[in-house]
Design a protein around this ligand. Structure first.
Ligand SMILES: NC(=O)c1ccc[n+]([C@@H]2O[C@H](COP(=O)([O-])OP(=O)(O)OC[C@H]3O[C@@H](n4cnc5c(N)ncnc54)[C@H](O)[C@@H]3O)[C@@H](O)[C@H]2O)c1
Length: 359
């Protein structure tokens, strides 16, 4: 797969975010030519700046809600591959500002697909949604790609809308049946759950809260839901899935033009206290205190069934739970303790993850 991406012209929306920065770094390492479309980074520090990405790619700060500006970039740059990650991704913020969430996530996705349709340069596009697109019926069974979509909170509803819009574009304009005859573009939808990894400082997320408490505030980590079980997936896992989809679509695999779940194996479902315990052990720093807060409604656990991706794509989770913890917290430790250069450290993790023999 590494060799496939060399020299390819790739547009990433959301390239200044957590997942987008990791994706950019992987593709730069593999020799791709990257164009980024995003808003400026919102957190300080942020991975985009730490990896010096603004200087290493062709970067556009623009709002994907502005169709004309977005289309102009796609028309000028003529990318062959698009990864669409730009979104307002936080559930809590979606309650405060539902309209920005809907316009960015739903209409922004329509803008990206429409611009791809009108310009015609793109051969493969991967639209990133989430596990939250599924109608959560609060059962224990994992969700499959053909389960009904829904959305209780504005974020989930906006991403379910984005997913349905992408399905509609696939049917109406990029139908695999017409590929090579009426159009040259294949589109896939990728649904993954919450991910962790070095370099995330997003709001209302557990790992950034842990490292901020320990390294920036010198405070105890406060755990409010110690027994809540979460699926812990490293950010590189779904990104490997997105990359696999893009290379297959580009090669004309029409069966890839569909929706795909990317989630962790059962071994990676662990409670919050266990994660914090292992994190403080790995950092050799920090303590925690449990202050249970049972007042807020917590949606029940939602598991993804990944049988389809494991059976039909060259994809399956690579890191075990402890390796994920090691990857994640060693990255922060290296950053805060100013040990190795963060670009070199990040590149070494990428090489090790993808078993790159040249590492
Ligand atoms: N991080 C997770 O755990 C997780 C889980 C499931 C799905 N996702 C999805 O993955 C994608 C990336 O998430 P992330 O964690 O990197 O988020 P992030 O907040 O770190 O990054 C979001 C990116 O979107 C860009 N963006 C936001 N509004 C924009 C607009 N109007 N115009 C242009 N760009 C805009 C931001 O500038 C940033 O680059 C999102 O689509 C998100 O819904 C993330």
């Amino acid at each position: 797969m590494q060799r496939f991406f060399k020299g390819k012209k790739i547009l990433i929306t959301g390239n200044t975010g957590f997942k987008g920065s990791w994706l950019t770094e992987i593709l730069l390492q593999w020799g791709a030519d990257i164009v980024g479309v995003s808003l400026p980074p919102k957190t300080e520090p942020n991975l985009f700046a730490i990896l010096n990405l603004e200087q290493r790619i062709k970067n556009y700060f623009l709002d994907i809600r502005d169709f004309d500006a977005l289309k102009k970039v796609i028309a000028d740059e003529r990318p062959e591959i698009v990864f669409h990650l730009a979104a307002q991704p936080i559930v809590r913020i979606s309650y405060d500002d539902p309209l920005t969430t809907y316009s960015t996530n739903a209409l922004g996705t329509a803008n990206v697909l429409q611009a791809i349709h009108e310009v015609g340069s793109v051969r493969a596009a991967v639209i990133i949604t989430t596990d939250k697109v599924y109608k959560n019926v609060e059962w224990i069974y994992p969700y499959r790609e053909n389960d009904p979509l829904g959305g209780y909170d504005p974020y989930s509803a906006s991403k379910a809308a984005a997913d349905i819009i992408a399905q509609s574009y696939i049917q109406s304009f990029f139908n695999p049946k017409d590929f090579g005859k009426k159009h040259q573009t294949l589109v896939a939808i990728a649904r993954a759950g919450n991910v962790i990894g070095g370099g995330d400082w997003g709001e209302y997320r557990l790992v950034p809260d842990i490292v901020r408490s320990i390294y920036e505030k010198n405070e105890k980590v406060i755990i409010r839901s110690p027994r809540a079980i979460r699926p812990w997936e490293h950010v590189l896992e779904p990104l490997a899935g997105y990359l696999e989809l893009a290379s297959g679509l580009y090669a004309g695999k029409i069966e890839y033009s569909d929706a795909w779940n990317f989630g962790p194996d059962h071994e990676s479902f662990m409670n919050v206290e266990e994660l914090v315990k292992r994190a403080t052990a790995l950092l050799a720093k920090g303590t925690y205190e449990i202050r249970e807060d049972n007042t807020k409604h917590e949606a029940g656990i939602l598991m993804l069934d990944t049988t389809k991706a494991k059976s039909f794509l060259d994809w399956s989770p690579r890191l075990r739970f402890q390796e994920n913890i090691d990857f994640t917290f060693s990255w922060y430790r290296n950053y805060y303790e100013k040990a190795a250069d963060p670009i070199e450290f990040t590149d070494a993790q990428i090489k090790s993850f993808f078993n790159d023999a040249s590492s």
